[in-house]
Every structure is written in C-alpha cells, then in structure tokens.
Design a protein around this ligand. Sequence first.
Ligand code: GLP
Length: 245
Amino acid sequence: MKLIEVKGYQEMSARAADYLAHKVRISKKITLGLATGGTPEGTYRNLIEDHRQNYTSYRHVTTFNLDEYVGLAGDHLNSYRYFMNKKLFDHIDIQKSNTYVPRGHVLDIEQECLDYEKLLIDHGGIDLQLLGIGSNGHIGFNEPGTPFDSKTHVVELTPSTRKANARYFSSLEQVPTKAISMGIATILKAKEILLLVSGENKSEALAQLLEGEITEKNPASVLKIHPFVTVIADHAALSASKVRC
Ligand code: GLP
C-alpha cells in the first residue's frame, strides 16, 4: 500500500484528479469504479476543469459506482445517480449509457444485485476504483461486520452512517435505511484502488486501517491484502496515525 500525504482537501483532490485524468488519457479503454460523498466531490470538480482546459476525453470510459440508496429513483435529488450526473457526468463527454449506478428503485432489489455483479464481470471488471472511507471504516456501504467474500448486496445502514449522511437530506428520517452496495470481494477485484481520506473525523478510521489488524470489524482493513492500493490522505486524516511519510 502506497501512502501519499498531502496538506489538505484541495491538494488531495488535485492529486487524485491528476492521477485519474492521466490514466484516462493513456488508456484506449478503461473502466473506472466511482464513489460518492463529500470526499470525491473536489476530485470531480478538478476532472471537469481538466476536461475543459485540456480536453481530456471520456468517450472510451465506462464507470461503475459503488452504491445507491434503496428506494430512491435515479432522478431523486439524494440518489447517487443524481449526484454523479450533477457532479461529473453532465460536465464531461462520457456517454451516459456507459455509466452504471446500481438502481435503488426497482421491484426486485436482490435481482438488481445479481445483475449489477454480472454486468461488472461482463465488462471485464474495474481497472481503477476510487474509494472514500466512512468514519467507522466502511467502504462503499459495507458496514463493519460485512464478510470479506461479499458480492454486490443489500445492506442495512448503521445509525452512525445514516447520521453522517443526514447532512444531505432534510431530516434524519428521510435518510434511507438500506442501500445496495458492491461487496468487499467485488471491490477487491479491481485491478487498482485509489483511496482518498480527508479530515480529522476520518483519522481514527485511517489509523485503524494503517496500523490495526485485518478484520471484518473494520471493512477498510481488507485493503491491506490488495496488491495495488494508493492512499492519498491529508494531515488532518493522518493526525491519529503513527505512520507518516
Ligand atoms: C458514504 C458512501 C461511501 C463514502 C463514505 C464517506 O456513505 N457510501 O462510499 O466513501 O460514506 O463519505 P464522505 O466522503 O461524505 O465522508
């Protein structure tokens, strides 16, 4: 695991966007795994800026998002499909038909999980997966206790995750109780993983990842067994870790 320490959120976002844009430019065809939340927003802003300034094209890019809330349709303001369209896809030249986000508003949610997993395999898997981390160590929506061999599945969100994400909703009650998420095994199948961590509220989770044991109690700890992981973390996120660069 390679650790890159940066000053703060802006530098993390700029470094991550440079990394992603470079990969996109040098590939003839690439499948990116994408994340939502506050962490990657700055990266997406930089990618849009780079697309405008340097004409980096996304015509050959396919994307798969990590997760989606169960019960929210793609045009719901709080759905992750809506987030991705507004924060990235609407501003670059990617073909929308090549962007996949699990559908949270379907009758058969278990079938959607199976279909999403199959779709990923049919597309040859993910070349580069962008990840954030929850303050309890979750990746995607894989909460503590999720088996490491899990595939795309329906998850019950913990009260702490619902509370953390309530800032995007009008009230805590509005936050869905379930989500569809790539599993840990699904995430680990990506050829390469880029994890972004910013802020003091993530410092315990990052310290647990860097210094703690590999355990299903801490989903992110599984990243230590992946052969190609880069972590870009800022000073605040590293404030509880002894490991520094
Ligand atoms: C959310 C998402 C994760 C994200 C994490 C951190 O619940 N499902 O994919 O990495 O929690 O979110 P944020 O970046 O807003 O802190």
